[in-house]
Design a protein around this ligand. Structure first.
Ligand code: GAP
Length: 568
């Protein structure tokens, strides 16, 4: 992963936001190559899901033909949207604060972060000693020495109770060993670290250490993830607004507008790509968990009797799409949620997950969720916030017996003009992350192999094997040398290519080095104008992955690159 992160920065795929000021945690900028890559992901999604969708055909696995259309809604919406959607009350993560360094940590990330923390690894290496039978045993004298050493405990974990007060802290463990409430054999690293984070066990019980400084963490508390702002000059509660945490709600509240203003009919999907914001407590793993990111969401409205079949269709179609744009290997999986993970109004939810290299072996991170949401959202926006735990679904009431959060009161039902039936459509929601998708494609593309240099000697090369459709630059054009009319021919070819797609012209340095630069950028085709071109109007085209070079007519280059990129 470090190699990829460094390549992304060096070659201009991704930069930390506001880097010259030290960066801002959870915010990322896409550089010249990154912006093309991410645009290609979003454009491929929009084209394949919306603009090129054939409304007349029945796609494989679909119960019938269906229509697709799009929207582009505002980031700031009426605050009632978020009250009714449940984000105002429920969109929270459990968070813990360190009483020593005051940093916030997401409760479900504490264990992993502590395991990876430099101080915990240093503590484990110094204080757990191997026994002849191969197991490890905890050595309290080593632990006290570690805590008192300036370059170890005192530098790495200044907040740890053991560092602040070694003898008293260690006495609680000694006491529990003596009264046999713990035995040396059951002293695992996480348990020992809890003792080491506890200054006064008799008053507080065992504490959880802070992954950052070793200090003691507070009990988990709810922390709402929505960013707040104010619309208008007054900074009052009445003017409080939220940056949307998902694009989906813009689609639900516009459902009626779309149906009434266009001629689309249910079953219909309404798509949107746009920024979403979540004040993630512990943004990490590059762009995987950011505070500002882009989503590509479809809300697919259908008749309740067909919703289970549509759910299956979308689950499979979305998985196939990620495979088609380059995540074709074993690192991509489709994981169905267990029945006990589902809301009772949903017949299915599946996640498309990718084995990101920063995750432990065997773990996967979510790229996209496909959820059967029943009529929960449209009914909530009509009647008032529904209680997701009620069955059948009922409006959640406050202490005064009135709806806790009032709906719009607008009729969001749909009338089928052939059967005359009026119903509240069910919703299938494929919700993907454009940034996580881009990150997965970067991870999948990164390869190291060997290729001959200008002198024919095999050299290690870094090559980004993007699917040609997704590659930021589709073709690069090189004159072999900067003389004999070669640059002029190459520049004409470059201009012809550039009319169709991003292309690059390079005449500087040895041709082998020019190839290497394009390999790192993931450019699938490099075209070289050489001495023979001037005689017979042919050029060489080198394939990034196979390194195969073919000679083709200068006049055929644009069509050939286009054919390979589009696969048509
Ligand atoms: N409307 C449903 C919804 O928003 P979600 O699972 O919370 O569902 C959908 O988000 C997708 O958005 C995720 O699968 C992921 O790709 C992306 N996403 C969510 N939170 C993110 C974050 N903090 N950083 C980057 N991408 C995120």
């Amino acid at each position: 992963m470090e190699k990829l992160v460094s390549l992304c920065r060096r070659r201009g795929f991704l930069f930390q936001s506001s880097e010259i000021y030290g960066g801002l945690n959870g915010f990322w900028d896409y550089g010249p190559l990154g912006v093309e890559l991410k645009r290609n992901v979003k454009e491929a999604w929009w084209r394949d899901m919306v603009s090129a969708h054939d409304d007349l055909a029945t796609l494989p696995g679909a119960p019938s033909p269906y229509e697709m259309t799009g929207l582009d809604c505002t980031i700031i919406m009426h605050p009632q949207v978020w009250k009714v959607s449940g984000h105002f009350d429920l969109f929270a993560d459990k968070m813990q604060t360190c009483r020593q360094c005051k940093k916030l940590v997401r409760a479900d990330h504490v264990a992993d972060m502590t395991r990876d923390a430099e101080w915990a690894q240093s503590f484990a290496a110094c204080c757990f000693v191997p026994k002849p039978d191969g197991t490890m045993s905890f050595n309290s004298a080593e632990a006290i020495s570690w805590a008192k050493t300036r370059k170890l405990g005192r530098k790495l974990a200044p907040g740890l109770a053991l560092v602040r007060d070694p003898e008293v802290t260690m006495s609680w463990l000694a006491e529990d060993i003596e009264n046999e409430s713990v035995t040396p054999a059951t002293l695992t690293l996480p348990l020992v670290l809890s003792y080491m984070a506890t200054a006064q066990k008799n008053e507080t019980g065992l504490q959880t250490p802070c992954p950052h400084c070793g200090g003691d963490l507070t009990e988990p508390r709810d922390f709402n993830l929505m960013f707040e702002s104010h619309a208008g000059a007054l900074q009052s509660d009445e003017n409080k607004v939220f940056l949307r945490p998902e694009t989906a709600q813009g689609i639900f509240v516009n459902f009626k507008n779309v149906i009434d203003s266009s001629r689309v009919k249910v079953p219909v999907g309404i798509a949107q790509i746009g920024k979403s914001f979540r004040n993630e407590i512990t943004p990490r793993n590059f762009t995987f968990r950011s505070r500002e990111f882009e989503q590509m969401e479809i809300e697919f409205f259908c008749h309740p009797s067909q919703s289970a079949d549509w759910y299956k269709f979308w689950r499979d179609r979305r998985m196939k799409w990620w495979q088609e744009i380059g995540l074709a290997g074993e690192r991509l999986i489709l994981r169905d949620h267990h029945a006990d993970e589902l809301s009772h109004y949903s017949t299915g939810t599946a996640d498309i997950e990718y084995a990101f290299p920063f995750l432990p072996e065997g773990e996967y991170g979510e790229l996209e969720g496909i959820a059967h949401r029943g009529d929960f959202d449209l009914r909530s926006h009509m009647e008032g916030k529904l209680d997701p735990n009620s069955c059948p679904l009922e409006v959640q009431k406050g202490e005064d017996g009135k709806p806790l959060h009032k709906g719009s009161g607008r009729d969001l039902t749909y009338r089928d003009d052939i059967t005359n039936e009026r119903f509240t459509p069910h919703v299938i929601e494929p919700s993907a992350g454009a940034d996580r998708g881009t990150l997965a494609l970067l991870c999948e593309a990164y390869h190291e192999d060997t290729a001959p240099d200008d002198k024919g000697k095999e050299q290690t090369r870094v090559v980004m094997k993007f699917h040609p459709r997704i590659a930021p630059i589709k073709a690069a054009v090189f004159p072999l040398v900067k003389k004999d009319g070669m640059p002029e021919v190459a520049q004409d070819l470059y201009r012809a290519l550039k009319k169709k797609f991003p292309a690059f012209y390079d005449e500087k340095g040895a041709v082998g080095r020019r190839y290497r630069r394009q390999d790192e950028a993931g450019t699938p085709y490099c075209i070289t104008v050489d001495g023979q071109t001037l005689q017979d109007q042919t050029v060489t085209m080198r394939d990034r992955d196979t390194l195969e070079q073919v000679r083709l007519k200068l006049d055929d280059v644009v069509a050939e690159v286009e054919r390979r990129v589009t696969g048509e």
